[in-house]
Design a protein around this ligand. Structure first.
Ligand code: SAM
Length: 285
């Protein structure tokens, strides 16, 4: 038994992030990807899909706070919410903290991710059986094509644009998203990193601009994604993410957060100059 076990996420052919592993808890291969859950020394339990880090217990709150609470506090009363992907359950957990929510539908393609997280990462998966949850194991692309429901907020909590997640970055998908958003709906999507994946950001924002009247990008700091500075896109039929944000609603909600707060809500939309230059013309102020 190797007592000095490390897991390394290799990014492109020039970068690696290594974490010390105490124990391998689960390793499987679904029809979509490999799924691993390991206990790390410094980051608690960690989920990897195809060897890429999805969540670690230590910093998942930053990602899940920012992907969820930014749109949920811009929309004045989100009742029907859709999460695409998000199999670890962290985004749904945060959505369900908002008392306006009547139903949270989550469409995750890979049942193995959900099962592994239910078993080994209750920190993120603990609310997957909440009475307001509607968990569907299926393809998010097909779901938005076929649903008759209208959603107030849609959160695309996807992996990188590889394999089944590739269409989640395409125009057809966002046309379907537009069609199933309510008249004042908001869609927020996993938007990659300006450091190493600005090409993906540019392509996603081009697609969003084809479909929505205005698009925005906001960022946050993640310890275990390549580049550290990660982003989400924000697009809406109606709302501006800062001008239509009523910060008093955050206090009135009584919710407490470890990452999100009312100051950070607006500050997150201020991007470093290299990102502003690279994404010029694709994001509004
Ligand atoms: N926080 C993570 C990150 O950015 O690294 C993403 C978390 S979540 C685990 C991403 C999920 O999206 C994966 O479990 C994957 O199976 C799911 N997914 C990929 N393509 C999908 C699709 N077409 N429909 C629904 N879920 C999909």
């Amino acid at each position: 038994m190797n007592s000095d076990l490390w897991v390394e996420e290799k990014f492109k052919d020039f970068l690696g992030l290594r974490l010390k592993v105490e124990k391998v808890l689960f390793s499987g291969k679904s029809e979509f990807q490999t799924v691993d859950v390991v206990e790390t020394k410094g980051h608690g339990k960690m989920l990897l899909n195809d060897g890429l880090i999805m969540v670690t217990e230590r910093d998942e709150f930053a990602y899940h706070d920012m992907i969820t609470h930014v749109p949920m506090f811009v929309h004045p009363s989100p009742k029907n919410v859709l999460v695409i992907g998000g199999g670890d359950g962290g985004t749904a957990r945060e959505v369900l903290r908002h008392t306006s929510v009547e139903k949270c539908t989550m469409v995750e393609i890979d049942g193995m991710v959900v099962d592994a997280c239910r078993e080994y990462i209750p920190q993120t998966s603990k609310d997957l059986d909440h009475p307001k949850m509607n968990l569907i194991i299926g393809d998010g692309v097909e779901f938005v094509k076929n649903t008759n429901e209208k959603f107030d907020v849609i959160i695309v909590d996807s992996t990188d644009p590889i394999g089944p997640a590739q269409p989640l970055f395409g125009e057809d998908f966002y046309k379907d998203i537009y069609a199933c958003l309510s008249d004042n709906g908001i869609v927020v999507s996993q938007g990659e990193s300006s450091w190493y994946a600005m090409d993906i950001q540019q392509s996603l924002l081009k697609v969003l601009n084809q479909v929505f009247p205005a698009c925005y990008l906001y960022s946050f700091s993640n310890l275990t994604y390549p580049g550290g500075l990660w982003s989400f896109t924000f697009a809406s039929k109606k709302y501006h993410p800062i001008n239509d944000f009523e910060s008093k609603r955050v206090e009135e909600s009584g919710l407490e957060f470890d990452y999100y707060n009312k100051e950070l809500h607006s500050a997150a939309f201020a991007l470093p100059s290299f990102a502003k230059k690279g994404l010029k013309g694709l994001i509004k102020n």
